[in-house]
Design a protein around this ligand. Structure first.
Ligand code: SF4
Length: 460
């Protein structure tokens, strides 16, 4: 069969700021499961800067039997356009969707887009392979675990698919089907690797951990090294971003992998994420030695009341201490901060902005709390009737989509802008930016934040 896997054309806030996006690993994993025996192509519309017309041209030329689309929440309207386009061209094409959004709202998705035939929920590799096998053999796929089936408008949700026990059994993602030369930052090619899946924590706003479940499962050290070597040798990649929800969860393993990168002579530098409460100086030292340059911490809030509400299980003091350990070992720190939870007050937000500056992080990423489907925040917002819009395009973390007790949508957008400007327009920060980053933040990031804030105010 001819199988076309694609990410739909859309505008990306990340691409607007840093000028690039990462490879769509989910599609590359799916491709690796079915490419033996089938003709598989991947279209990464974001990396290729494809318009709908470009995608339509590809569909008409390739004439696929199956089209698989992966989509985040904010890209759903674009995914629907592509699904309709493919079905209009060939009504027999089988439309499949996967990803964290559709996993948690299959009925709503099929109601919004009747052109979709199947939804792959949760961890998709085995479900997708079984679906392709069954389509090829003209068998009824309606009992495949993890699949939701569109039965002429009625949705049949099959039983959930158990998580894959040994994730080393999943082949290395099909990087060969991706435009690897397009993923570059400042002229340096970069790749993404996921060395583990799942997160045992339960933060109210987190959608990234839901797709792969609460049980942490790691690749073996040798598989991680194999993937890194493959990216380095075949695609001349020197920069890696580890996409694990929390790379440092298993400390001995983290230190082993960092050591192996060094011992194997892999000429790569890399970044990864960690919770602040499990980060130790020993781990920081090992990571730095192994080539890590930046660690990403989910600091989230300077208000303990808000940290408790989201169930993060950390304190602001733990964040300050973790940043100190990272800085002592020479790592850059990117801190993530979220504002705009339903009961948040001006004082809570003030504490968060203050912490962003006091903690000593090199970069701060502020976002507006967004109730993604499947999260506890989604359930909370639905039950309290706080959802302002189901226009998925707004679910970017840059637009307010929840009714808040103490702020209007416009006010929270202004606070969001203020948070960015207050962090990045400090004289001490600007001087550092000018000296060490040729003014990148001032030239590129800040104007984009102002632009995004303006469009959010205009449409919120
Ligand atoms: S925010 Fe981080 S720690 Fe919390 S559930 Fe998500 S991945 Fe896990």
């Amino acid at each position: 069969m001819r199988i076309l896997l694609l990410s739909p054309p859309t505008t990306s806030a990340i691409k607007a700021v840093v000028g690039t996006t990462g490879p769509p690993l989910g599609l590359a994993y799916l491709a690796s499961m079915v490419k033996d025996g089938h003709d598989v192509r991947i279209v990464d519309s974001l990396a290729e800067d494809y318009t709908y017309e470009d995608v339509e041209r590809v569909i008409k030329k390739y004439d696929p039997d199956v089209v698989g689309i992966t989509s985040t929440t904010s890209m759903m309207p674009d995914a629907y356009v592509v699904a309709k386009m493919a079905k209009t061209f060939n009504e027999d094409v089988k439309m499949v969707m996967g990803g964290p959004h559709v996993t948690f709202v299959p009925e709503r998705t099929l109601r919004e887009c009747p052109y979709i035939d199947y939804i792959v929920r949760g961890e998709g590799e085995l479900t997708f392979r079984e679906l392709i096998d069954s389509l090829e053999r003209n068998r009824d796929p309606s009992s495949i675990p993890g699949l939701s089936v569109n039965l002429r408008g009625k949705v049949k949700n099959n039983s959930p698919r158990p998580l894959i026990e040994d994730i080393d059994t999943i082949p290395v993602p099909s990087y060969d089907l991706l435009p690897m030369e397009k993923y570059q930052v400042n002229g340096v090619r970069f790749g993404t690797v996921m060395t583990s899946r799942g997160c045992p924590f339960d933060c109210a706003f987190c959608s990234s951990s839901l797709q792969f479940g609460r049980r942490w499962r790691g690749h073996s050290d040798s598989r991680v090294i194999e993937e890194l070597r493959h990216l380095h040798e075949k695609y001349r990649i020197h920069e890696i971003e580890f996409l694990d929800d929390t790379f440092t969860l298993n400390k001995p393993r983290t230190m082993r992998i960092a050591r192996r990168i060094l011992e194997e002579g892999l000429d790569i530098s890399w970044s990864a994420s960690s919770r602040v409460d499990i980060f130790t100086e020993e781990v920081a030292a090992a990571m730095k030695k192994g080539g890590c340059h930046t660690i990403y911490f989910g600091i989230e809030s300077g208000s303990q009341k808000i940290l408790n509400f989201i169930g993060k299980g950390i304190t602001p003091e733990q964040s300050i201490s973790a940043v100190k350990k990272a800085k002592k070992q020479g790592l850059n720190v990117l801190g993530s901060f979220v504002i705009g939870f339903p009961e948040e007050t001006k004082e809570d937000i003030r504490k968060t902005i203050k912490l962003s500056k006091k903690a000593g992080v090199d970069f701060a990423q502020f976002t507006i709390a967004t109730p993604y489907p499947g999260t506890r925040l989604w359930d909370y917002a639905l039950s309290k009737k706080l959802i302002l819009t189901f226009n998925w395009r707004k679910y970017t973390t840059l637009d307010p989509v929840m009714k808040l007790k103490n702020f209007t949508a416009q006010q929270i957008t202004k606070m969001f802008q203020r948070a960015y400007l207050s962090f990045y327009l400090r004289p001490s920060y600007l001087i550092k930016d000018l000296i060490f980053r040729k003014g990148f933040i001032f030239r590129r990031a800040i104007p984009n934040v102002i632009k995004m804030g303006k469009s959010a105010i205009g449409s919120g």
